[in-house]
Design a protein around this ligand. Sequence first.
Ligand code: PMP
Length: 457
Amino acid sequence: MHDNDITGIIEADKAHVWHHLTQHKAFETSDPRIIVEGKGIHVWDATGKKFLDAVSGGVWTVNVGYGRESIANVVRDQLIKLPYFAGAAGTIPGAQFAEKLIEKMPGMTRVYYNNSGSEANEKAFKMVRQIAHKRYGGKKHKILFRERDYHGTTIGTLSACGQPQRAEQYGPFAPGFVEVPHCLEYRAQWDLSGEAYGKRAADAIEEVILREGPETVGALCLEPVTAGGGVITPPPGYWERVQEICKKYDILLHIDEVVCGLGRTGTWFGYQNYGIKPDMVTMAKGVASGYAAIACLVTTEEVFNMFKDDAADPMSYFRDISTFGGCTAGPAAAMENMRIIEDENLLGNTLAMGERLMLRLEELKEKHAVVGDVRGKGLFCGAELVADRATKEPVAEALAQKVVAECGAQGVMIGVTNRSLPGFNNTLCLSPALIATPDDIDQIADSIDVALTRVFG
Ligand code: PMP
């Protein structure tokens, strides 16, 4: 048993831990990175090296930063009082957090607890399928998802995956999931720009609905800002049209806020930037900033009522459970996480720091021809790297990875879209904790500047 000797920890890890998203052959010639400690926006690895974490725990999660004793304290107290009870019963933190969450989501009323983003999305898909059975004789069961979007790692959510490299080795998939075109103007499928492009990209959804038959389509599931598919901020005019289309064909709008939720874009939820009224919203990562595993599926009262008002079939309530949706650490941590975001005005900080980061990225675009496009909303930003600005040919994934490594060598962890889209894993991802300071933003941008010079000259 290895205690705290680092060589032993690395040996134990190499011998027994199967890392996520990792080709383990790499560890025949190198060691895995072991992260030991975090404070504020920084983490330290086992060699003692300090990093500015510009990816909030690697995947847009630790929104309020590391070392929050107040979260640890409320979770500790709650675990001693009551760690768990299955969700057919209520708990104090479960009720309190649901009330607080709903305050931030006008139009929504019900919170269904889960423990991962994938699971929350699966549950939303199940609701759509059950509504189809209850109301439409099973017909309105199809779920539309968008090219480049990602909704999770299970077979159900991979059936709704717009990132082929994530899904390609795991079929066959569940039937009834249909892809609609992406809305990334930089890689426009039509010779249009601005609002005209936004409306056209939304119209493309209507075309799919008409092709499939509106009477077969139950829901449309979209990320408000696409994350791993290239940090795609929607073009103007897009969301208004999407909402109209959903209304016109009686299609539920499911917004996947797993990345944007709880402040990442400078509003509580990404969809709130665009005046959308969703029917279902899923969220996970930022809900408790990674201090506990919690995900929520939030619905309108109208959706909720479809599962309760069926006198003819009393067994047609939502016949679902999530064992760990009954862990109280999640909502207890989530409540304190929300208090911190409010009391420290982290939404305001996210807007201000996001603006600064975008300005710095624009400067990098001026300076380095390899930066083809920069995109972002709040502290959720990306820089797409291209070998040729005229043809927009993406740089090879290995070169984008080299930029990440060069930033790492300077003590700044950044990310890159990763093994998701063949030929298009070329967008640097920046999503520091919402507590980032101007100096942090400058350090991130300066390190990318140096890295781009080192890799591309
Ligand atoms: N939706 C989106 C938009 C995501 O980015 C992710 C995870 N990266 C998920 C869903 C799945 O969340 P989880 O890994 O918690 O299952």
